[in-house]
Design a protein around this ligand. Structure first.
Ligand SMILES: *Cc1c(COP(=O)(O)O)cnc(C)c1O
Length: 370
């Protein structure tokens, strides 16, 4: 059996008619930039997330950059995040001339370790960016406590966690602002690039709205040095269709993950921690194993595609050599980078496919006498 790591076509087939109709309406209307679909989508997703303002932007990276810019982060400032994330989480800090400062992750949740956060705070620290990695909630109550005590902004990188929640409150709405990505592979993915900023802060929302359109509220009247970074009207039309299925898709993802966890129990690997109800939407299903490379090759020979997220922690990336970090500085993140393996995960996976994948993993370890 061949099981792709991700099958976007399977999902497209289930919503094809509605997507084609919506995109055709955009083409017929010829309103391509900040048209009715973007404003409707912003309202619909704000309601979905339970947040006052949702602002559609060009992509998830820009969502982070625009938030930090609107908060006034710049040269001389430090922003804390983890090295176990996608490059953009730290890149946005550097882009504004500020300095990313890394803190190791918790070995269970793989999100920033609140116990280590305090030691990294200096007089220059302005903000912290917790990452809800793979769709798993970071420990927001502990993080918010520390941030409030030290007067730090909290910007949630929720690019992988659309729809996840802690006790009924959606991720992205705990801090000053949240950043989302609609990159096609994300759990709410567009058919191209897209991103979103959410916040309850009126002033911050207004600044982000201006920044995404050249720092202007009124056309050709520019109050700030901004960007050209808007959610595309065509993508907003697609996202409006997909948003109606998000809860259903997320619960299927969680169901698949719990099934994998059950089938892979007792093997010598670390299974993802699902947290309480809703705390993990499983954008990715990622295990940790000392036999990552061998397992990856074996699964490929059995027709099962896998992914590695991520092979290198950010403090060891060539672009960050000048920060002066060394191997050994963040052992939990480094070990996660050496041992992570993501199994196929998308709502359209069949029970038969899930069992096939799990059985293949099982056989790999059994053949090694585990
Ligand atoms: C995808 C992602 C981003 C960036 O989003 P883009 O839309 O690709 O720019 C940022 N942070 C994390 C954790 C991501 O997974």
């Amino acid at each position: 059996m061949n099981i792709p790591f991700l099958d976007l076509k399977a999902q497209y087939q289930t919503i094809r008619q509605q997507v084609l109709r919506s995109v055709e309406q955009v083409l017929e209307s010829c309103e391509f930039i900040l048209g009715p679909n973007v404003s409707a989508f912003e309202q619909e997703i704000a309601k979905y997330l339970g947040v006052k303002h949702a602002i559609g932007v060009g992509n998830g990276t820009d969502a982070l950059v625009l938030i930090l810019d609107a908060l006034g982060i710049g040269p001389g400032d430090e922003v804390i995040t983890t090295p176990y994330t996608f490059f953009a989480t730290a890149e946005c800090v550097s882009r504004l001339g500020a300095k990313p400062v890394f803190v190791d992750i918790d070995p269970t949740t793989l999100t920033i370790d609140p116990k280590k956060l305090k030691q990294a705070i200096t007089t220059r620290t302005k903000a912290v960016i917790p990452v809800h990695i793979f769709g798993r909630a970071a420990e927001m109550s502990a993080i918010m406590d520390i941030a409030n005590r030290h007067g730090l902004f909290v910007v949630e990188d929720a690019c992988q966690s659309m729809g996840a929640e802690i006790e009924g409150k959606k991720l992205g709405t705990f801090g000053n602002a949240g950043a989302f990505s609609f990159f096609p592979t994300k759990n709410l993915g567009a058919y191209g690039d897209g991103g979103l900023v959410v916040t309850d802060d009126d002033e911050l929302a207004e600044r982000v709205r201006m920044l995404r359109a050249h720092g202007s509220k009124v056309k050709y009247h520019n109050e700030l040095i901004g960007y050209n970074s808007r959610l595309d009207e065509m993508q907003a039309a697609v996202l409006r269709v997909k948003l109606r299925y998000l809860n259903e898709w997320n619960s299927r993802r969680r169901q698949i993950a719990l099934e994998y966890n059950k089938l892979l129990k007792d093997l010598p690997l670390q299974l993802p921690d699902p947290g309480d109800k809703g705390e993990h939407v499983f954008h990715l299903y990622t295990i940790l194993t000392d036999n990552r490379e061998e397992l990856r090759v074996y699964l490929k020979s059995r027709g099962v595609e896998t992914g590695v997220y991520y092979p290198t922690p950010l403090h060891l990336q060539p672009a960050y050599a000048d920060l002066g970090y060394r191997k050994g500085d963040f052992p939990v993140s480094e070990s996660a980078c050496e041992r992570n393996l993501s199994l196929p995960m998308y709502p359209e996976l069949t029970d038969e496919q899930i069992h096939y994948v799990a059985q293949a993993v099982r056989v790999f370890f059994e053949e090694r006498g585990a």
